[in-house]
Structures are given as structure tokens and as C-alpha cells.
Ligand binder design. Structure first.
Ligand code: NDP
Length: 459
């Protein structure tokens, strides 16, 4: 691209979608001197801020109070009356907080000198985008439109809500059912169970959270059951019918459950409808995700894509990392010399208790390294000696035997995400079990188990 050509475009970068990845790319590209516009049709901050991570975590906090009230008694607290939960308070306070965050995003874009255009964009060709009646030309177009909940079709499937609607239910579902066995399913089963709903989770396989460490999945299953979530495995929803006072959900095993709300948490798909990429021949993979190279270029090199629409790990911090890498590749003087490294991405699932994990599962490590050592601790946290709660904690390290490198760390327990974030640095750095062993514990914490486990549970 010659200087003359580049100045003929309205923008150096036109971003479609003001979610986590799009906003980060827009701001960092603008900071690098690019002229940037962003088109957004719905809400600033995308899924994460509006119908994902942020409201989910707020609701998870709300649900944890349930345990806290129960735990308090053993520590001498007497509540004057049984606590009651008011759904509209939580829902409406959440709405207020998200409005505040939307405003922060608008100010961030404005402060970075990025023009925000409201409306759904349509890509006309390799360098032109239409938003409503306006047509913009750009040297590069970034598609950062994210994903959208996908619900399988069955009789009555339109009566189910998705994670887009579940936060704003008109009334609190005293009886709640969630279909699915991924992140969203287990998180919302825990949330509504904690908030006081009679909660069912329906999963088609024999054990939910496919892909996670098997022991973590079993431990989580037992803990969630013990907290009152009714887990139904190896079954599916056959149909949903409206009945007096609620919904009748017929399962494929014949059981019929009457509930007030059904959440379908059955995965997300790229949100590409109406974007015009099909007519441009932008290559998609079998799942319908945009195929990109290491520079986040699609098969049409001026059209870039990142985040959930590209089918990588659907996690906000991954989209942020991709955005910064993309900007370095395309708008900075010193492009990165290596591709973005996707190894050892830590993640948390905010079911109750939480799961935190980084690196390989025991099964993956055994396949990759053959000889491994597993160190694990399954214990009653100190807090529950007085609380009387039956909640337990699982911590687990997977070590490649030959190198002594810790290749996986897993936890199920209170604030597992907070703990694993720290451990993730050590795993990412490739530290050995000997390094863990020479680290002094912080006493008394649960996390000190990660540096005090000395005898392998199994090899
Ligand atoms: P997932 O892909 O994680 O899970 C989808 C679930 O739905 C799976 O258990 C799947 O079963 C099941 N399923 C799929 N199709 C059907 C069907 N036809 N009938 C019945 N069940 C079906 O998607 P989620 O919606 O839970 O979440 C989407 C993504 O969002 C996650 O993968 C994650 O990356 C991200 N996310 C991250 C969070 C976090 O970081 N804490 C929180 C929430 C979401 P099977 O396993 O058998 O395929």
C-alpha cells in the first residue's frame, strides 16, 4: 500500500463490533496513530460487559450470599430473621452498573479519538463498509462481531431463554432448568440454585464440562449435587409445553419436570448474519467461524477478524490479547516475530464452588508425556470446620515426570479463579515441581496446598 493510496481511504481501520476485542483493537490502533472508526449496533462492551462475564459474576456474588448466611451461624452470628432474596433489586442494580460500564467504554473510545458509529455494519467489498446510508472506506476492516447463543430446535424450544435474556427475567424463577453441560450451564445452575430456585441441569452426556480434567468434573458434580442442584445426565429435552403456572419439560428418558424458566446453554455460534461476508467469499471453517492466519487476516487480506467469531477460546482475555497482537502486526513499527501463544491459557468456571484451571488435564498430560506424577489434595477448608458446611476443596498439580515441569494446575473451591491466576504465571513460565516445593506457603490459606503437596497421589 503506497502512502498515496492509504490517504484515499476514510479510515485506516474500520472495526465492526465494540466488544472486548473490537474496542481494544480500536483503542490501541488509534494510540499507534491510526484513524479508526467502530460500528456497533447494540451495546458497548459486547457480550462480556452486557450479557456475559460481568453480570454473571455479579449474580454469582449474589448467589454466594446464600452459603455465607448459612455459614455464619457456626461463627456466632444470629440473623434476626431468615434472609429473603429480591430478584428485581439484583436485576435492576445490575442494569445500573452495566450502564455505567457502557459509559466508560464510550469515553475510552472517545478519549482515544475513535469515532463510534451506531448501527449494524455491512461489508460491501474488500475496503468498504456500509452502516445505514453511510458508506465508509477503510484500508483494513476488522470483524469483531463475536458470537450469539445457539439453541437446538425441538418442540417448544422457543419457550427457552438464552444467556442473552436470562439476566433480565421479569420474575424470579422459583423452579429453574438449564440445558447443557458447558461453562454457561454449570454457572447458571449454581447461580439460580444459590439464589433459591429449585434447580435442574440436563446434560446429554455422562458427565458435564467435557474437556476439563476428569477428576475436576467428578468433584464438581458431587459438590454441585451436595449444594442441591439436581443433575440429570445422559438425557436431553424432548419438548417444552406451556402449562398452567409454568412450563412442562419432557426429557428423552420420559421424565417430566415442571419449571418456571428454561435456559438453553447449548453453545454459541459466530454472529455473521447480514454482514455480507458470504458474498465476498471470506473463507469460513466447518463451524462457520472466520478462518484467519497468524496476523488475523481472513482469506481476503484487508478483512481481519478476531475473538469469538474466529472460533478460538471464547474468552475475553484471549480477545484482548488477539487485539493487541493484531495491532502490533498491522499498525506498529515493530511487528511481533512470533505468533500469539495460546498455550496455558488459564480459565475459571464460576459454578459453586468455582473451578480454576491452567495447562493440561491429567488425561491430556498422560497422552502427551506418558510418564506423569499427579499431586492432589481433597480437603475440608478451615472455614468449614466451624461453618458446618460440607463443601470441600480439590487442588491438583500435574507434573511431567522426566522434566519435573508442572504442566497443569487445577482447583475446585472458593475463589479458585483468584488462586489459579497466580499459579498460571508459574505454569506459563515452565517452572518445575521443585520450584513449587521451594516456595514458602502462606499460612493459613487453602492455596498453600499448592506448595506443600509432597507425595504423589499417583504416577
Ligand atoms: P459450551 O460450548 O461450553 O457448552 C455447550 C453445551 O451444550 C455442551 O455441554 C454441549 O454438549 C451442549 N449441547 C450442544 N448441543 C446440544 C444439543 N443439541 N442438545 C443438548 N445439548 C447440547 O457453550 P456455553 O454456551 O456454555 O458457553 C460458550 C462459551 O462461552 C464457552 O465455551 C466459553 O468459552 C465461554 N464462556 C466462558 C465463561 C468463563 O470464562 N467463565 C463463562 C461462560 C461462557 P457436549 O459437551 O456433549 O457437546
Amino acid at each position: 500500500m503506497s502512502d498515496l493510496e492509504s490517504t484515499t481511504y476514510d479510515w485506516d481501520l474500520f472495526v465492526i463490533g465494540a466488544g472486548s476485542g473490537g474496542v481494544r483493537a480500536a483503542r490501541t490502533a488509534a494510540a499507534a496513530g491510526a484513524r479508526v472508526a467502530v460500528a456497533e449496533e447494540r451495546y458497548l462492551g459486547g457480550t462480556c460487559v452486557n450479557v456475559g462475564c460481568v453480570p454473571k459474576k455479579l449474580y454469582s456474588y449474589a448467589a454466594h450470599f446464600h452459603d455465607a448466611f448459612e455459614d455464619a451461624e457456626g461463627f456466632g452470628w444470629r440473623l434476626a430473621e431468615a434472609p429473603s432474596f429480591d430478584w428485581p433489586t439484583l436485576r435492576d442494580n445490575k442494569v445500573g452498573e452495566i450502564k455505567r460500564l457502557n459509559g466508560i467504554y464510550a469515553r475510552l473510545l472517545d478519549g482515544a479519538g475513535v469515532r463510534l458509529i451506531n448501527g449494524r455494519a455491512r461489508v460491501l467489498d474488500a475496503h468498504r463498509v456500509a452502516v445505514g446510508d453511510e458508506v465508509h472506506s477503510a484500508e483494513k476492516i476488522l470483524v469483531a462481531v463475536g458470537g450469539w447463543p445457539w439453541v437446538p430446535e425441538f418442540p417448544g424450544s422457543e419457550l427457552a431463554v438464552s444467556s442473552n435474556e436470562v439476566f433480565d427475567l421479569e420474575s424470579f424463577p422459583e423452579r429453574f432448568l438449564v440445558l447443557g453441560g458447558g461453562y454457561i450451564a454449570v454457572e447458571f445452575a449454581s447461580i439460580f440454585n444459590g439464589l433459591g430456585s429449585d434447580t435442574h441441569l440436563i446434560y446429554r452426556g455422562e458427565l458435564f464440562l467435557r474437556g476439563f480434567d476428569h477428576e475436576v468434573r467428578e468433584f464438581t458434580r458431587d459438590q454441585m449435587r451436595q449444594k442441591g442442584v439436581q443433575l440429570h445426565f445422559e438425557t436431553n429435552i424432548e419438548r417444552i409445553d406451556k402449562v398452567e403456572g409454568g412450563l412442562a419439560v419432557t426429557l428423552t428418558d420420559g421424565e417430566i419436570l415442571e419449571v418456571d424458566a428454561v435456559l438453553a446453554a447449548t453453545g454459541r455460534r459466530p454472529h455473521l448474519e447480514g454482514l455480507g461476508l458470504d458474498t465476498l467469499g471470506v473463507a469460513l471453517d466447518d463451524g462457520g467461524y472466520i478462518k484467519v492466519n497468524e496476523r488475523f487476516e481472513s482469506s481476503l487480506p484487508s478483512v481481519l477478524a478476531l475473538g469469538d467469531v474466529t472460533g478460538g477460546p471464547e474468552l475475553t482475555p484471549v480477545a484482548l490479547a488477539e487485539a493487541m497482537h493484531l495491532v502490533r502486526c498491522h499498525f506498529e513499527d515493530t511487528p511481533p516475530t512470533t505468533p500469539l501463544n495460546y498455550a496455558n491459557i488459564p480459565t475459571a468456571v464460576f459454578c459453586h464452588p468455582n473451578i480454576g484451571t491452567v495447562g493440561l488435564s491429567e488425561e491430556e498430560a498422560r497422552e502427551q508425556f506418558g510418564e506423569i506424577r499427579v499431586y492432589s489434595a481433597d480437603f475440608r477448608p478451615m472455614k468449614h470446620t466451624l461453618s458446618g458446611s460440607a463443601e470441600r476443596c480439590l487442588m491438583k498439580l500435574i507434573v511431567a515426570d522426566a522434566s519435573d515441569v508442572v504442566v497443569g494446575a487445577h482447583m475446585v473451591g472458593e475463589e479458585a479463579g483468584e488462586v489459579i491466576q497466580g499459579i498460571a504465571i508459574a505454569v506459563k513460565a515452565g517452572l518445575t515441581k521443585a520450584d513449587f516445593d521451594t516456595t514458602v506457603g502462606i499460612h493459613p490459606t487453602g492455596a498453600e496446598e499448592f506448595v506443600t503437596m509432597r507425595t504423589p497421589t499417583r504416577r
